[in-house]
Write a protein that binds this ligand. Structure first.
Ligand SMILES: NC(=O)c1ccc[n+]([C@@H]2O[C@H](COP(=O)([O-])OP(=O)(O)OC[C@H]3O[C@@H](n4cnc5c(N)ncnc54)[C@H](OP(=O)(O)O)[C@@H]3O)[C@@H](O)[C@H]2O)c1
Length: 349
């Protein structure tokens, strides 16, 4: 395979997992990020090629991607990194992958579908734990009930999180939630709806979150009403609802800076042992106007383990250049069975 793969954000927690797994899978990734020291240190350890560039200047980014076939963007929060990298990919005919779960980012990338088709480029965001298992489950359930008009998805992914995930969560603090209604994204209050969901071990309390599927599942299934939930204890849901009045304060720049600083001091991401032990569960249900419904469940490994597996496989397939151009979701690119091709991701009763 002579095509070139570049991993941006290669020295972050998730980027490192993706790079290590890419090397173990026989790929030859070019390591890249905005700071020379960690890129060069990682390069010295792994013996890969590398590049150092930040994303402020479009011509610099395009120059760095000019000879790259597939870019994997692991630099999050993606609110700051996806737009400049997608623009450069369209200019350089480079296929774009990322591991975002930020629905606004995915929505902006979906808006560039036509540009991508014209450039012969695949734009495939959210190829990690967000959203591969939920997207594939949604697509599979929708094909079982083709006249479904409502989709509910839920995740029980309790785990220790990385700095980048925590910073992305901080960016979402104080912001409204999101659901899809009649085909349109709609803001709803944070922790808007709560209910009990049976992930396979009996009913658990869960609450709505603005997960990437409110965008991706619409493109994957055509279903216009979509809600996504996550398992949270009742006390947590109450706390989320009570902090709604603090929304404007939480979004201010000084509070965001303070919270992200605390994240840097206190969070380092799950250890390999924690990742090996963690199991996540995904639930989905589609319903049609007659009230008929179909339900499905998936079990997956730890989100970061899942992310490294699905991201590297997505990159490998794009390097082979056999994915349709334009905006894609994991299931439109690779089929509803993509998630369950990986060891440890399986449908359960
Ligand atoms: N889809 C999924 O299931 C999934 C799974 C894992 C992670 N994620 C997401 O992936 C992102 C990264 O997570 P992580 O655990 O790897 O975090 P991390 O360890 O903090 O690494 C973040 C990386 O992104 C780089 N970066 C951040 N902002 C940047 C910017 N504006 N310009 C250039 N580089 C920038 C950082 O470089 P510096 O150190 O130089 O700032 C670092 O290399 C998060 O948003 C997280 O939510 C998603």
């Amino acid at each position: 395979m002579s095509a070139d793969l570049l991993v941006y954000g290669s020295y972050g927690y998730t980027g490192s997992l993706v790079v290590d797994h890419a090397l173990a899978s026989g790929l030859d990734p070019i390591l890249a990020g905005r700071r020379a020291e960690p890129v060069e240190q990682q390069t010295a350890e792994l013996g890969c090629r590398h590049r150092v560039f930040s994303l402020e200047h479009p011509t610099v980014v395009a120059d760095q991607l000019a000879d790259i076939d597939v870019l994997v963007n692991c630099a999050g929060p993606f609110s700051a990194t996806a737009d400049p990298l997608v623009s450069a990919c369209l200019a350089t005919e480079t296929h774009y992958l990322d591991v975002t779960g930020e629905y606004q980012v995915i929505d902006r990338i979906a808006d560039r579908d036509r540009d991508a088709e014209q450039a012969g480029v695949t734009l495939l965001p959210a190829v990690g734990f967000d959203v591969v298992p939920t997207d594939c489950l949604a697509a599979s359930l929708a094909s079982d009930l083709p006249d479904a008009t409502r989709l509910e998805l839920a995740i029980d992914g309790g785990t220790t999180i990385s700095q980048g995930t925590a910073k992305s969560l901080v960016e979402g603090l104080g912001s409204p939630g999101a659901v899809r209604r009649d085909g349109r994204l709609e803001d709803v209050p944070a922790a808007w709806d709560s209910r009990e969901i049976d992930f396979g071990n009996g009913p658990e309390s869960a609450v709505t979150i603005p997960w990437g599927d409110v965008v991706t599942a619409f493109h994957s299934t055509g279903i216009g009403d979509i809600e996504v939930y996550t398992a949270v204890p009742e006390t947590g849901i109450t706390a989320m609802q009570r902090t709604r009045p603090l929304g404007a304060l939480l979004r201010t720049e000084p509070v965001q800076r303070l919270l992200k600083g605390l994240v840097e001091l206190s969070i380092s991401g799950p250890s390999p042992e924690q990742r090996a032990e963690n199991v996540c569960r995904v639930w989905g249900r589609v319903t049609n106007d007659a009230g008929e419904s179909t339900t499905g469940r998936l079990r997956t490994p730890d989100p970061y383990e899942t992310t490294k597996l699905t991201t590297v496989e997505a990159a490998r397939r794009l390097l082979e250049d056999d994915v349709s151009s334009g905006f894609q979701t994991p299931s439109t690119a690779f089929g509803a069975g993509f998630a369950t091709e990986f060891e440890g991701i399986e449908r359960v009763e």
